[in-house]
Design a protein around this ligand. Structure first.
Ligand code: LFR
Length: 476
């Protein structure tokens, strides 16, 4: 009777899932109720999210999940839907890989110089930060902006809010006050009135509407609870670390590599190194760098006509290490399409052998990711003056043993891999905590360590060869 069930809706760039977490005083079990594809759609006006299909997937998932004590939603960050005065959605939300923000940052920096923008918001430069998207968009008729998880929450409950961890990716939040950056918004002519009031993870976000109950077969009242609605915030909440001397890498379409801090690092050096300060649970800061992640491999696999990864990865493991590497945090890899060619071009430009076979390209990608992990973990420690002795890898990449081992080798540190469904677990933990079932962040992490399967990879080989590989990319 003391076990409660929570539905965690977790939307990633390539798939969405509804997971059910069962939480007791000393137990935590996660099972999948429903998984569905997230297929962005290319229309003449650009790249769009199929938000109605995603919402349909959420409803199917809630029906499959059955009766739960609460629902929480997390997704990728920065993107939004615009509503008119009646609360109706104006068009399909634009995908952060849509090219419309090209060159927009430069225009913004002419008004607010990049160093000033960084000092005020702590956000790394990415062309898709909500701020740049807003400047690129025509907002005609828009009365309200809801970030993706907040939009789905609104459709489920009828209530509007802006959850803080995800709001911190808009580049309109001051990471010191954890409130809006009024000065930046007004200088760029952005109306903060578009945003619904801020909500904190753990806050109530309304009850499932009667129509939703009817469609999902659930019996009300079922509350929706705000969680760390940025998937990376939820994933970091589920890093099974003890103490503070750890780095994390949230792997999936992206690799988000960095540290959990209790204050932002807003120095010019940090800006130059392109580290971001996103907001996490309990006053924490996610100090990290966005690395292209398994997107590089996903796009190649798509170009090769979907070969079996189970066969490709062992072949890639046999290819000699570090023959060619690319800069996996370079925005040239952001848009979809022609990925094997773009990787070949990058290798050629830096005077390295061009990988040809899928196994060679795959090896180049995994070596490059491990190298980018190393660089981020090393630089974050230095810039934040926060040494670590372990690297936690969570998310989809934990299934890729080669990537985990290479990351340990490159960092020269042990890697603890797991949980795979970190975002969903972090989502569940915040709900459980809002209902008094688990304690603070360390308490949740301790529960994870006791209940979730984890794998450990010890560093092997000489880290000097990783340093050498790094030097090939310097100055390219
Ligand atoms: C990961 C993620 C990253 C964010 C990127 C774009 O899923 O949320 O944290 O930078 O997607 O939203």
């Amino acid at each position: 009777a003391s076990v409660k069930s929570y539905a965690a809706v977790d939307l990633g760039a390539s798939s969405g899932r509804v997971m059910v977490g069962r939480v007791g005083p000393d137990s935590l079990e996660l099972s999948e109720a429903h998984r569905f594809v997230n297929r962005p759609v290319r229309v003449p006006e650009g790249l769009r999210w199929d938000i109605l299909s995603l919402y349909g997937g959420v409803l199917d998932g809630l029906r499959a999940a059955g009766q739960v004590d609460s629902v929480g939603i997390d997704s990728w960050a920065v993107d939004y839907g615009l509503l008119d005065a009646d609360g109706a959605l104006l068009g399909n939300p634009v995908h952060y890989r849509d090219p419309r923000t090209e060159g927009v940052a430069q225009k913004v920096w002419a008004t607010v110089p990049a160093p000033e923008l960084y000092a005020a918001t702590g956000l790394q430069y990415a062309p898709f930060n909500t701020l740049y998207q807003l400047v690129a968009d025509r907002l005609t008729g828009a009365q309200r902006l809801l970030l993706i998880p907040d939009l789905l929450t609104y459709w489920l409950t009828g209530e509007q809010g802006t959850e803080l961890t995800n709001a911190s990716t808009t580049q309109l939040i001051d990471p010191r006050t954890r409130g809006w950056s009024y000065d930046i918004a007004s200088r760029l002519g952005i109306d903060l009135g578009l945003f619904a009031p801020l909500r904190q993870p753990g806050d109530p976000a309304g009850l499932l509407r009667p129509e939703v109950l009817e469609e999902t077969g659930l019996t009300g009242p079922v509350p929706v609870t705000a969680v760390g609605s940025h998937d990376t915030a939820s994933a970091v909440a589920a890093v099974p670390a003890s103490g503070e001397r750890f780095a994390y890498i949230c792997t999936g379409t992206w690799s988000l590599a960095g540290l959990e801090l209790d204050a932002p690092v807003l120095t010019e050096e940090s800006r130059a190194a392109n580290f971001t300060n996103e907001l996490g649970l309990d006053g924490t800061v996610r100090y990290l760098r966005n690395i292209m992640g398994l997107w590089l491999l996903q796009e190649c696999v798509r170009a090769w006509g979907d070969p079996d990864l189970g066969e490709l990865l062992p072949e890639a493991a046999k290819v000699p290490a570090l023959r060619s590497v690319v800069d996996a945090s370079d925005p040239v890899f952001l848009p979809p399409g022609r990925m094997p060619e773009r990787i070949a071009e990058a290798c050629r430009a830096s005077g390295q052998p061009v990988p040809v076979s899928p196994a060679e390209v795959t090896r180049c990608i995994l070596d490059s990711l491990a190298l980018a992990h190393r660089k981020a973990v090393e630089e974050a420690q230095r810039l934040a003056d926060h040494p670590v002795d372990v690297v936690h890898v969570v998310g989809g990449g934990t299934r890729n043993a080669l990537l985990c081992q290479l990351t340990a080798d490159a960092c020269g540190l042990p890697v603890v891999a797991g949980p795979t469904e970190a975002a969903a677990l972090g989502n569940v933990l915040v709900q459980a905590r809002a209902h008094g079932l688990v304690g603070d962040l360390p308490g949740g992490r301790e529960l994870l360590t006791r209940t979730q399967p984890l794998a450990r990879y010890e560093p092997q080989g000489d880290t000097a060869r990783w340093r050498e590989a790094q030097s090939r990319l310097a100055g390219v």
